[in-house]
Design a protein around this ligand. Structure first.
Ligand code: ATP
Ligand code: MG
Ligand code: MG
Ligand code: MG
Length: 475
């Protein structure tokens, strides 16, 4: 089933059950606590927080999301994109646990010939918060799940909160067993055998304090209980398209195919290259969607995330053996896959492609300049009889020329040299601490007590990329 069809079925299913269809918000949303929208509920936050009255009791959407926190997973797991689409259904004081479970189960198990997704019930599991006996009873009664396909998990996986006092509640996830060839029996944590594809959040508790995701105080029940669910569109697509991972679905794979053609290498030949192909396809699409929503490359915050994505894509193509510019070949392919759902990409493609190609050009010049500096450092090291490039040289290459450490490592290795990586990391950490202290003092100066958690947005370009998003991580 095509991704577009999965999306269509989702919206028409929930619309026919009384939900108002709400278009996706842009990736950059008016929320000071988030770099990017990273879950379907984000645009509805004022309703969940009771700050605004929703104009409907039920809503549904397919929301564009970016989670930079998942960047290191891309290509290595089967299931993490930096950009993905979260299908959501929401109840504002309307149906609660039983309604949410019944709707989800119906859509997931109704045969494809009758408009559903047609998953085989025997492969499905539900995870529940271990104290949520009510949810367990509902999964048995409404879905007919036997005990051994209901998994009790703790606060870390199955309790949702926003990192601050306010609404919270247990959640319940639908997992599918992809079979023993994908991992050990009942190993829920690893994630690729028992693939989580839909998370149902039952907002029922009023939290008076949240110290950590799994450390909070419940003051009592919320006056109005809400439902927030999120289903990964790409995850369902990869399951229903019978492919191995989300980089091989219809909306993503054509970029891999184009990269194969450019590089003359074959996807599927070896794992190292496969990860590079997947990174290219994922990052090109994320860059397309981010520029489409108005982000431009820069050295801070959102712009830096975009810059990193483009650089990683270009870099991965170089590791696949292509030194010439490649975005002019890859970006249009990604756009052609996404324009059916996002026609604005077609209209804006002149601007989008200019931004992307200019950034690729700039990075290629950076590589050239950095390479000269690197060559000088290599010659110096060699003539002094050293086999190691110093940490400060690696740091300078990173800081001044934007050389990622893996690039320095690899290029030094080509010259038969090591790099003092520990020294490099020490300098990076020092710089990070300075940036943090700086941000903290900025924040205190503004006396801003409304933030949920430390906002990475105001931190400089030297913050490690992986720490970048998110206030609401688990929808
Ligand atoms: P995982 O444990 O696999 O990282 P998650 O628990 O972080 O997923 P949620 O925050 O519960 O995910 O988001 C709801 C749904 O969104 C998930 O069940 C999944 O289907 C989808 N999803 C989450 N992160 C990603 C991602 N990086 N790429 C694609 N889909 C995702
Ligand atoms: Mg996750
Ligand atoms: Mg999870
Ligand atoms: Mg989850």
């Amino acid at each position: 089933m095509e991704t577009a069809e999965i999306r269509r079925r989702w919206l028409s299913f929930f619309e026919s059950r009384g939900h108002t269809v709400v278009p996706s918000a842009p990736l950059v949303h008016d929320d000071p606590n988030l770099l990017f929208v990273n879950a379907g509920m984000v645009p509805f936050k004022p309703y969940f927080l009771g700050q605004e009255t929703p104009p409907y009791a039920r809503a549904t959407s397919v929301q564009k999301c970016v989670r930079t926190l998942d960047i290191e997973e891309v290509g290595k797991t089967t299931r993490h994109g930096t950009f993905f689409q979260m299908n959501g259904n929401f109840s504002f004081g309307d149906y609660f646990k039983e309604g949410a479970v019944a709707l989800a189960w119906e859509l997931v198990t109704t045969p494809q010939s009758q408009g559903g997704y047609g998953f085989d019930e025997k492969d499905l599991y539900a995870s529940v918060y271990h104290e949520d006996d009510e949810a367990i009873a509902i999964w048995k009664r409404v879905a007919g799940l036997p005990d051994d396909r209901i998994v009790r998990l703790g606060k870390k996986d199955n309790y949702w909160n926003m990192g601050v006092a306010g609404p919270g509640g247990p959640c319940s996830e639908i997992l599918i067993d992809r079979g023993p060839e994908f991992g050990a029996d009942r190993d829920w944590e690893a994630g690729d055998r028992y693939l989580e594809f839909w998370n149902l959040v039952f907002m029922q508790d009023d939290l008076s304090a949240v110290r950590a995701k799994d450390d909070f105080d419940i003051a009592g029940p919320l006056p109005k209980r809400n439902i927030d669910t999120g289903m990964g569109l790409e995850r369902v697509a990869y399951l229903l398209q019978g492919v191995d991972n989300l980089y091989e679905i219809d909306e993503v794979f054509p970029v891999i195919a184009a990269a194969e053609e450019l590089s003359g290498r074959r996807y599927g030949a070896n794992l190292e290259d496969d990860v590079r192909f997947r990174v290219v396809a994922d990052h090109v699409r994320s860059a397309l969607m981010l520029i489409g929503d108005g982000v431009t490359p820069g050295n801070e915050g959102r712009g830096y995330v975009l810059r990193r994505l483009i650089r990683r894509a270009v870099r991965s193509m170089r590791l696949l053996g292509v030194d010439a510019p490649t975005l002019e070949h890859l970006l249009p392919v990604s756009k052609d896959q996404m324009r059916a759902s996002y026609p604005e990409l077609e209209r804006g493609f002149g601007r989008i492609s200019q931004v992307a190609y200019a950034e690729e050009d700039a990075f290629r010049r950076t590589l050239t300049a950095g390479t000269t500096i690197l060559d000088v450092a290599v010659t110096k090291a060699k003539s002094s009889g050293s086999a190691t490039l110093s940490g400060s040289e690696a740091f300078q290459l990173h800081d001044t020329y934007g050389f990622p450490i893996d690039l320095t490592l690899e290029m030094a290795a080509e010259q038969g040299l090591n790099v003092d990586e520990a020294g490099f990391r020490r300098l990076m950490a020092e710089q990070r601490d300075r940036a943090k202290a700086d941000a903290r003092s900025k924040k205190m100066a503004h006396g801003d007590v409304s933030v949920y958690r430390q906002v990475a947005d105001s931190l400089g370009r030297d913050v490690e990329f992986t720490g970048y998003d998110e206030v609401v991580s688990d929808s």
